[in-house]
Ligand binder design. Structure first.
Ligand code: ADP
Ligand code: ADP
Ligand code: ZN
Length: 214
């Protein structure tokens, strides 16, 4: 199964992509996680991406598309994958189409997790991310067993710089301008499925499995 997760920042793409990936035994590919891992390792890509991420802007397509193209050609993607946070622009979606065409495959579904802007700021201010493994929690909706400590790896949990309310507003307007048009893009291709992302996490997960026929 080849899936794309669409949705505003904070809609629950990462949370659900991790669960779907585990359920279907396919790799979870998050461009945000790849950029953050690069930053942690001090690579040039990480340092370049940081400027944009901190400002709530998108990292330029030139830095993003090749990275995903390389990742999709690795052998673990042969049986499918779930893309989380890519594509985020129409040119990225077109670049993805080209790579998949070259590989002789296509997307099965683009899953849009629909959450209104009003609910997003709350989600982001309560999100906590693990500095070790990238797992995410929410202080109210999905708290770790021990406050401030990752259940999975024991590392520290932090509020991401770009999850502060001022940056979240910018990210939301970038989403509406540049990413939301992808909903129509995939609708026209007859690949779009939508779920109500305001439901509890387990219900959103069940709804996703249902719309992708699993
Ligand atoms: P969220 O899941 O909350 O939207 P991500 O971890 O997906 O956050 O992304 C964090 C930041 O990384 C984005 O705000 C953007 O700066 C950058 N980023 C991630 N994916 C892409 C992409 N496909 N194109 C451009 N920038 C990206
Ligand atoms: P995205 O990858 O789309 O930016 P995340 O999966 O990181 O979103 O979720 C954003 C925040 O909202 C996290 O703190 C997460 O724990 C929480 N969250 C995710 N799904 C739900 C849900 N259905 N109900 C309440 N909170 C949620
Ligand atoms: Zn962790």
């Amino acid at each position: 199964m080849r899936l794309i997760m669409l949705g505003a920042p904070g809609a629950g793409k990462g949370t659900q992509a991790a669960r779907v990936a585990a359920q279907l035994s396919i790799p979870h590919i998050s461009t945000g996680d790849i950029f953050r891992a690069n930053l942690k390792n001090g690579t040039e890509l990480g340092l370049k991406a940081k400027e944009y991420m901190d400002a709530g802007k998108l990292v330029p397509d030139e830095l993003t598309c090749d990275l995903v193209a390389d990742r999709l050609q690795q052998s673990d993607c042969g049986g499918g994958f779930i893309l989380d946070g890519f594509p985020r622009t129409i040119p990225q979606a077109e670049a993805l189409d080209k790579v998949l065409e070259k590989l002789g495959v296509s997307i099965d579904y683009a899953v849009d997790i629909d959450v209104p802007d009003e609910a997003i700021v709350n989600r982001m201010s309560g999100r906590r991310a693990c500095v070790g493994c990238g797992a995410t929690y929410h202080i109210a909706f999905n708290p770790p067993k021990v406050e401030g400590v990752c259940d999975k790896c024991g590392a520290k949990l932090i509020l991401r710089d770009d999850d502060k309310p001022e940056t979240v507003q910018t990210r939301l307007s970038v989403y509406h301008d540049q990413t939301q048009p992808l909903i129509d893009f995939y609708k026209k291709k007859d690949k779009l499925v939508q779920v109500d992302g305001t439901m509890p996490m387990d219900d959103v997960f069940a709804a996703i499995l249902n719309v992708i026929g699993k």
